[in-house]
Ligand binder design. Structure first.
Ligand code: TYD
Length: 139
């Protein structure tokens, strides 16, 4: 999947295996669940309900978003199509491929978004201007 050819159809909800137990559930991610080796983990928390996160695309980065607690919406755009996905189950994550604009909003109280990423942080991998994103996608 590349920056130019990816579409919102390549973004998918992935079910994370769950080991049910009366003592509480346990979900585990190994490399058969996501198609990349994890090089970075970060998380969003204490997000005000009116806050807006994201608002960018990546050139090469793959990311897997997991709503560890609470819920939030992810708006995804490929320059032509728009989709909105609500994440609200800790065993269902969103696999985002390169070349997809994403916006995160409508965080519930106490929501935590865990992000597994295929690369370490690199500001040069970001596209933060939507007009530039559309131009790159249409070329
Ligand atoms: P940003 O990517 O704008 O956050 P979001 O997409 O969730 O709105 O990042 C916010 C700040 O944090 C920005 O200054 C870059 C920094 N940052 C890092 O230093 N390392 C990271 O891994 C991430 C994701 C962000």
């Amino acid at each position: 999947m590349t920056l130019k050819n990816s579409t919102v159809d390549a973004v998918s909800i992935v079910e994370i295996p769950k080991i049910k137990d009366t003592r509480g559930n346990l979900s585990v991610i190994e490399n058969d669940v996501i198609p990349f080796d994890i090089k970075r983990v970060y998380y969003l928390y204490d997000v005000p309900s009116d806050a807006y996160r994201g608002g960018h695309a990546h050139k090469e980065l793959y990311q897997f978003l997991i709503p560890l607690s609470g819920s939030f919406d992810v708006i995804i755009k490929d320059g032509k199509n728009i989709k909105s996905v609500t994440l609200n189950k800790p065993n269902k994550g969103l696999m985002i491929v390169p070349g997809i604009w994403r916006e995160l909003e409508n965080f519930s109280s106490g929501a935590v978004c865990l992000v597994l990423a295929s690369e370490v942080y690199d500001e040069d991998d970001y596209i933060r201007d939507y007009d530039q994103f559309k131009l790159l996608k249409s070329r």
